[in-house]
Design a protein around this ligand. Structure first.
Ligand code: SAM
Length: 391
């Protein structure tokens, strides 16, 4: 099911003030977005005034605001503008606009560039840089649980969670669900648990190896309602064939729906070399972020194995932020083959139909050729679920 969003448009400062006052006084519901248009230009007002206005908008919107009417040519001014908004609780890491976590009461500081300006590459927070270029923001829990298949989900599992953006963002929309995250990286766990969470949410971040069966048994015992698990950002590519086969087997025995984010269809040989991920504020601050092939990492077209790392660099040098050694690009037909060997049902999220559909039945208009896509594996008997009525 498509999720409808409501936008209020402000074409002047007076109009914006009227909208915000009505929301503050409880006369109007918060819209998902406020769109600033025409003379309502955040780049035309002084920094203190801009910060105040952005801070005022924060509690008045569910998702964020759009300000596509700005134009700043000079680097320094543009960076100042970006930082003044990012430090007031909105990020622009997607194409949607300036976003916050859904209806979040917490004003999070998204300005990861300030640390670099103070202390160079070594001062950069690798997790914040990762989240800005690769964080899971475009599709969220709400998209998947709005489907016929996953409407009874009550537990969200995020294995290989890292910064756990999927679970963290999801909990603002569905604070009553159970959230189970896991990673080998203790520092990532500490980072995620140090973030402000809504107090009513049940959450567990386990320092665990997700290839261990005991991890999945723990997930099952902690789950309430049906469970949906997502390994985001193609992280399952860190596993070899036997590990992935075992993971598909054991995970689907312990969660209802097991999802993998998979890349668009590209030949692996096109993936090597250097992939520039730099965002405008990075370039304005004077550094770049790239996925860089390792000296021995050239993609192998038979095994699809490659080695690379995420690197930040500036004129003084470079710093490796995260390592992607032993990365095998498991393309869709291979995943379907593994699923068949295990007698799993295999579906994918169709982003035009807003539903999970079987990989065997409906591939028209799916974005698998151009975009990442979400494949779902399950042992459940799906007869009646996908075609069932909408109540
Ligand atoms: C690409 S990063 C995280 C991406 C995250 N899923 C996202 O969507 O942003 C991959 C993560 O997998 C974790 N990891 C690798 N092998 C693991 C394993 N066997 N068990 C648990 N976590 C693992 C790493 O520590 C790292 O944090």
């Amino acid at each position: 099911m498509e999720i409808k969003q409501r936008t209020r448009v402000a074409r002047s400062w007076d109009a914006l003030d009227r909208i915000l006052t009505a929301i503050e006084e409880g006369r109007e519901d918060k819209p998902d977005w406020i769109a600033l248009q025409a003379d309502c230009r955040l780049d035309k007002i002084e920094k203190p005034e801009r910060r105040k206005l952005v801070a005022r908008m924060h509690p008045c919107v569910l998702r964020g605001f759009k300000a596509n009417n700005t134009k700043i040519k000079k680097k320094k001014k543009r960076l100042d503008y970006w930082r003044s908004i990012a430090s007031e609780g909105f990020h622009d890491f997607t194409d949607f606009g300036w976003m916050k976590s859904y209806d979040s009461p917490f004003k999070r500081d998204y300005d990861y560039v300030g640390a670099y300006l103070e202390g160079g590459l070594e001062a950069l927070d690798p997790y914040a840089v990762y989240a800005s270029v690769l964080g899971t923001f475009e599709f969220g829990v709400e998209d998947f649980v709005a489907t016929k298949l996953c409407r009874n989900v009550g537990t969200i599992v995020e294995p290989m969670a890292g910064t756990a953006d999927f679970a963290y963002e999801g909990h603002f929309r569905f604070p009553d669900y159970q959230y189970i995250m896991a990673d080998l990286d203790e520092a990532a766990k500490e980072k995620v648990l140090a973030q402000p969470w809504l107090p009513q949410t049940d959450k567990h971040y386990l320092a665990a190896n997700i290839l261990d069966e005991s991890f999945w048994q723990q997930v099952k015992s902690l789950s309430t309602g049906e469970s949906l698990s997502l390994i985001g950002k193609q992280s399952h590519h860190l596993f070899d064939a036997k590990q992935l086969y075992k993971l598909l087997d054991v995970a689907t025995r312990n969660v209802d729906y097991f999802m993998l984010e998979v890349p668009q269809l590209v030949t692996v040989t096109e993936m090597g070399g250097t992939d520039d991920m730099s965002r405008p504020e990075m370039e304005d601050a004077g550094f770049d972020v790239e996925l860089v092939e390792e000296p021995d990492g050239e993609p192998n077209p038979f095994t699809n194995l490659m080695h690379f790392h995420l690197e930040a660099s500036d004129e003084d040098g470079e710093r490796a932020l995260f390592d992607y050694h032993d990365w095998t690009v498991w393309q869709q037909p291979i995943l379907v083959t593994l699923a068949r060997l295990l007698d799993l049902e295999c579906l994918y999220y169709h982003s035009e139909q807003f539903e999970f559909v079987s990989v065997e039945e409906d591939t028209e208009d799916c974005d698998v050729e151009d975009n990442v896509c979400f494949m779902l594996f399950t042992r459940r008997d799906l007869s009646g679920i996908l075609t069932g009525n909408d109540d």
